[in-house]
Design a protein around this ligand. Structure first.
Ligand code: AMP
Length: 401
């Protein structure tokens, strides 16, 4: 049986999922985590079978990729006979710059584009490329496809992707909005349309990917027309540890008043801000913050209020961008699993035709379904995301066409 292997090589982990090509059911999945650190661990799962876990000594991404094939073809734990059963390998690549609008067969040109974007995604693109190179060595005759996080947002028009800087900064340095989480926004838009029972081309959606990273996208007739993340994944709504939108003059102020340099500002804005920085409880996890709030920690409540208020503002902005919406979609760790966050986001929007049903908000939690009240004009949907499945869909489309 032919399969599609999806590989997501990150800074300290390599995740893989093997899908049956015919129906995209998962045959097996796994990850190697803490690569290059102490306690590197391999986890391997097959549906309905016991999870296999073992400590391994793996210094880099290449060695982690080398573990995958022996596992998948193992006489006991394996799910395929040989690597010939793999039709194609789909790789998640975070940044494709301004020229990539589609998944692409990996060749020298695509690898150069990934390299050209190293500076714009220094924590992702180098690792993504390392995963690709390792797969080219380990699976030399199997087509390799790159699916870019930025690609879904290639349809955003210039009025939305240009920053109001002198135009030469966009032309010469490619400083513009790119947007991220493309595979997730694409996947949940597709699923939402299936659920609603209308073609994507008939729908206006606002998709809210709320996880460790958060981004909101305005999807008009199946195409991204604006998104909250920008040149980097720092722009937009506040996130676990990222500040999201701030007045850029705060940076000059900190440089002048505190003598902070670019490196320190980068750490402050990316790793010490957001929910973590605002709540001051030592956690950026919404579950912990809700718990802290319930035990009387006011700053935790304030952090969650800032978070939900800013998401609400983006929803308002995208209602204007789209001229109204048919549905608002909640996805990713927080969006799928936190009734409180969804409730606060939707609070006070009845006049705009947005009204959540408190019971459905609780009972549908974590699953695909509608959570709006009877009078809501806009559908409110929870759609569990599946970025790996989206990469498999796009990879299969490319190699079978
Ligand atoms: P993701 O990046 O999609 O894996 O989302 C991870 C985030 O989802 C975590 O940092 C948590 O803040 C959040 N999360 C996961 N489960 C829950 C839950 N049951 N309630 C609230 N937040 C959750």
């Amino acid at each position: 049986m032919k399969t599609i292997l999806v590989v997501n090589a990150g800074s300290s982990s390599v995740k893989f999922t093997l899908f049956f090509a015919a129906d995209l059911h998962v045959a097996a999945s796994g990850l190697v985590e803490r690569i290059g650190l102490e306690g590197t661990r391999l986890v391997y799962r097959r549906p309905g079978q016991e999870t296999i876990q073992r400590l391994v000594s793996i210094p880099d991404i290449g060695n982690a990729v080398e573990l995958i094939l022996p596992l998948l073809t193992d006489s006991q734990a394996g799910v395929i006979g040989s690597k010939e059963d793999i039709r194609a390998i789909g790789h998640r690549v975070v940044h494709g710059g301004e020229y990539i609008s589609q998944p692409a067969m990996i060749d020298d040109r695509i690898k150069q584009i990934i390299r050209d974007c190293f500076d714009m995604a220094p924590l992702h693109n180098p690792q993504n490329l390392e995963g690709i190179l390792a797969c080219e060595t380990g699976f030399p005759d199997i087509p390799q496809v790159a699916v870019f996080d930025t690609a879904f947002h290639a349809t955003i028009p210039s009025k939305a992707y240009l920053y109001a800087l002198p135009l030469r900064f966009c032309e010469e340095m490619k400083i513009r909005k790119y947007g991220f989480h493309g595979a997730s926004h694409r996947y949940v838009s597709r699923k939402a349309a299936e659920w609603i029972g209308k073609p994507e081309t008939d729908l206006r959606l606002i998709t809210c990917h709320l996880g460790n990273g958060c981004s909101i996208t305005a999807v008009s007739r199946g195409q991204s027309v604006d998104t909250s993340m920008g040149f980097t994944p720092l722009e937009g709504v506040p996130m676990g540890t990222r500040c999201g939108d701030i007045d850029p003059a705060i940076l000059f102020y900190l440089m002048r008043q505190r003598g902070m340099n670019a490196e320190q500002l980068d750490i402050l804005l990316n790793r010490e801000s957001g929910l973590l920085g605002l709540a001051g409880t030592g956690s950026s996890d919404v579950r912990d913050l809700v718990q802290s709030m319930l035990t009387g920690h006011h700053q935790a409540e304030t952090a969650l209020r800032v978070f939900t208020y800013r998401i609400k503002k983006y929803i308002g902005a995208y209602l204007a961008t789209l001229g109204g919406a048919d549905a608002i979609v909640f996805t990713a760790g927080i969006g799928e699993n936190s009734p409180l966050i969804r409730e606060w986001i939707c609070e006070g929007l009845t006049e705009l035709g947005i009204s959540i049903d408190p019971q459905l908000n609780q009972s549908v939690n974590g699953n695909l379904g509608e959570i709006q009240s009877a009078e809501s004009r806009v559908l409110l949907l929870i759609v569990p995301t599946n970025e790996e499945a989206e990469i498999a869909i796009q990879t299969r489309e490319l190699v079978t066409n």
